[in-house]
Design a protein around this ligand. Structure first.
Ligand code: NAI
Ligand code: ENO
Length: 310
């Protein structure tokens, strides 16, 4: 077993992701010491009583002596958090984040990041619809992807810092991929951001239909709708920030999606069974290929680890 990658990690934001990193770093011995800070006094008190690690009362105390700082705040708060901690960032420290959008996260961190700090944005493709420090669990990142979007064309000692950060995430059980930030944002727009938008929308539409007297929509909903309601329970602050910060890629993807949806709508209107059958068969084939390629098994879990039953 390799020893801890970091002596001391400082986690800013003790919600679902921050608390999961704290628990995992301790359980899998990826860091010798874990310190957390949250701007909310209430969250700090809850993190303390959950025994997530040392909870600092100031940003300065959290940063002091840390060799890796992980920002686990909503994407819209990454810039202000970096600005607030900038005076306490020593040369040689790794500064990373877990934001669901990478170009804007990089922009907001680099605007305030002092020279000599290794800025390496990242995103665990693992989560749940829950938020807050109670929602975290150590196995969240196991077998899930962790995407790092390092700055382009760097050399030593930056590249070694990237390797160290990758080793840290691997110790938490993740599979690390290196990707360009813009590409990350385009890929996640279709695979994660749009599905969340659709879930929020379908659940509201169904509820509105119920209230205009169509009745019982939610009561008789089958499995597919239930999954949408779970996703629609996700944190509104986090998702507002995702859409405002990945605007271009999401609007582009939404345009394509709406066109394809309109084609299906048209096929239904004109009793065009051939088109419907062809499109459904094509999509079904895509799912079949994913399963056959072994890309959706317990080991390649698409980041859908659940908290262990108490
Ligand atoms: N929820 C999910 O499934 C996933 C979330 N992410 C990303 O992780 C980040 C955190 O998300 P969650 O842990 O789910 O959110 P959360 O709502 O559970 O926790 C966020 C915490 O950040 C704190 N916070 C906000 N502004 C702050 C500031 N300026 N300084 C210090 N603390 C501050 C809040 O008080 C809260 O405790 C987001 O950027 C999100 O995009 C990434 C992968 C999955
Ligand atoms: O709970 C779910 O279904 C998710 O999709 C979790 C999730 C949310 C946001 C991310 O950036 C990554 C994973």
């Amino acid at each position: 077993m390799p020893g801890p990658v970091f002596d001391r990690i400082a986690i800013f934001g003790a919600g679902l992701i921050g608390s999961s990193i704290a628990l995992a770093a301790r359980e899998y011995r990826a860091a010798k010491k874990v310190v957390l800070f949250d701007k909310s006094e209430d969250v700090r008190a809850r993190a303390r009583s959950l025994n997530l690690g040392e909870v600092a009362e100031t940003m300065e105390a959290a940063c002091s002596g840390a060799d890796c700082i992980i920002l686990c705040v909503p994407v819209g708060a990454i810039g202000e958090t970096t600005e607030a901690i900038a005076p306490y960032l020593q040369a040689g420290v790794i500064l990373t984040d877990v934001g669901s959008v990478k170009e804007k996260a990089l922009e907001s961190m680099s605007a305030h990041c002092p020279e000599g700090v290794f800025l390496i944005p990242g995103h665990p493709i693992a989560g749940t619809e829950k938020s807050g420090p109670e929602a975290g669990f150590a196995s969240l990142f196991r077998n899930a992807w962790h995407i790092l979007t390092p700055l382009p064309q760097q050399d030593e000692p930056y590249n070694s810092a990237v390797d160290r950060l990758a080793s840290f995430w691997e110790m938490l059980g993740a599979k690390v991929e290196i990707m360009e930030a813009a590409r990350h944002d385009r890929v996640l727009a279709i695979t994660s951001h749009l599905p969340h938008l659709i879930a929020y929308n379908i659940v509201s539409t169904a509820h509105d239909m119920e209230s205009v007297g169509e009745g019982e929509v939610v009561k008789y909903s089958a499995g597919g709708f239930r999954d949408f309601t779970r996703i629609a329970a996700s944190d509104p602050t986090m998702w507002r920030d995702v859409f405002l910060n990945n605007k271009e890629a999401v609007l582009e993807t939404l345009g394509r999606f709406s066109e394809d949806l309109a084609a299906l709508q048209r096929a239904i209107r004109w009793d065009d069974g051939e088109t419907l059958f062809r499109e459904f068969e094509r999509a079904r084939g895509i799912r079949k290929a994913i399963v056959e390629a072994g890309q959706d098994t317990d080991e390649t879990n698409f980041g859908r680890n659940r908290p262990p039953k108490k």
